[in-house]
Design a protein around this ligand. Structure first.
Ligand code: ZN
Ligand code: ZN
Ligand code: ZN
Length: 369
């Protein structure tokens, strides 16, 4: 699979059309996931302005600091046939961009544009309303193409390969940090370009959903939550959580883990086109609440994933967006008993015509090591 498949040249025209349809005059895309999605260019985020300007009508162009021009020309953005407007150190690139664009009532700024750039654009274009480019791009980014699904499948396989090695890293007497270092190495060795996060939460630390690593020494008999992810060279991300136990778990833990296991299955089984995102959250929550642990499930069931680990759609109460084939997201219910322990089971799924397809496939049962 090539970057041509993942970041097709045709996307720019689709984005331009969507921009016009939503009544915006232009999108202003500085380095970050929105720019990468539209152009394939993974530009360095710098204080000097790089910005793809996609007007609703007319030719798109990219503002580029002169010293970044060779990098931009060597990037996939060069396939788009757009003009690179190189600016020099003493120029004001915001003024140049605004002048070229002309009068604009409303523009969409990349969701992750730095405040220093958005405020400079505001000064250069007083009277122009600024909204998030995400209001236009979400519709496109949420619906993964077959090539994007394939990239997410590869990411899933890569992180599964790491989870298979985790039992070999977990030994009583080692610290979370020591285990985390081995996992980070394995994430890179499995084909990721970067390590996005490594959560090794032993014993009571498991009750904090985003606990990362500490110098806590892992003890015999303790459950350990391991939630890991990285980004492939092609931009697509992995994210999967499994639960391990150093020897047999305490009886109370085994009971609540079984509830979680059923909840995660119920939510995955609820995935199909047309159902709301919140109904998938409800499917997991119902099982956990029925077992009396409702108050211990303290976060949403999941998040979309693609070239960002967390993106739309969010699997959360209040989101009545209907599922569509091509939506990709996590299903990761958790139960957290503060001061004692916690557990979370997480798979990435893609919605297909016939239901949810899991992209993570290592055993979901508690792994006793
Ligand atoms: Zn999370
Ligand atoms: Zn996640
Ligand atoms: Zn995760």
């Amino acid at each position: 699979m090539t970057s041509q498949d993942l970041y097709p040249v045709s996307r720019l025209a689709a984005v331009q059309e969507a921009t016009a349809a939503s009544g915006l005059d232009a999108l202003l895309l500085t380095p970050g996931p929105d720019l990468r999605y539209v152009s394939g260019y993974q530009a360095l985020p710098l204080e000097r302005l790089t910005c793809l300007v996609v007007p609703a009508a007319g030719e798109p162009y990219m503002m580029v600091p002169r010293l970044e021009l060779p990098a931009a020309q060597a990037s996939p953005a060069s396939r788009l046939g757009l003009e690179f407007v190189a600016w020099d150190e003493t120029d004001d690139p915001y003024e140049i961009a605004a002048k070229r664009l002309g009068p604009a009532a409303k523009v969409g700024l990349a969701d992750r544009m730095w405040a220093m750039a958005s405020l400079r654009f505001r000064s250069a274009m007083p009277g122009t309303e600024q909204v998030l480019a995400g209001s236009v791009l979400r519709e496109l980014r949420m619906r993964k193409s077959p090539a994007e699904v394939e990239a997410l499948r590869q990411a899933g396989e890569a992180i599964d390969a790491v989870h298979r090695q985790v039992p070999g890293f977990l030994r009583p007497g080692r610290t979370e940090r020591e285990v985390g270092r081995d996992i980070a190495e394995a994430i890179l060795a499995a084909g990721h370009e970067t390590v996005d996060f490594v959560i090794v939460a032993s014993g009571p630390n498991g009750a904090s959903p985003h606990h990362e690593l500490s110098d806590r020494v892992i003890q015999a008999g303790e459950p350990v939550v391991v939630d890991i992810g990285g980004q492939l060279h092609n931009g697509y991300c992995s994210d999967s959580t499994r639960n391990y136990c150093i020897g047999e778990p305490p009886a109370e833990y085994a009971a609540f883990f079984e509830v979680l296991r059923r909840a995660q299955d119920a939510a995955c089984a609820a995935v199909r086109p047309g159902v709301s995102c919140e109904s998938i959250d409800a499917a997991a929550r119902e099982v956990i609440a029925e077992a009396g642990y409702g108050e211990l499930f303290i976060h949403r069931t999941g998040h979309g994933i693609g070239i960002e680990t967390h993106e739309e759609p969010y699997i959360v109460a209040g989101n009545d967006e209907p599922m569509e084939p091509g939506f990709a997201f996590s299903v990761e219910p958790g139960i957290y008993r503060a001061g004692a322990h916690g557990a979370r089971i997480e798979d990435i799924l893609v919605c297909t015509e016939s239901g949810g397809l899991r992209l993570n496939n290592t055993p979901r049962d508690l792994v006793v090591v």
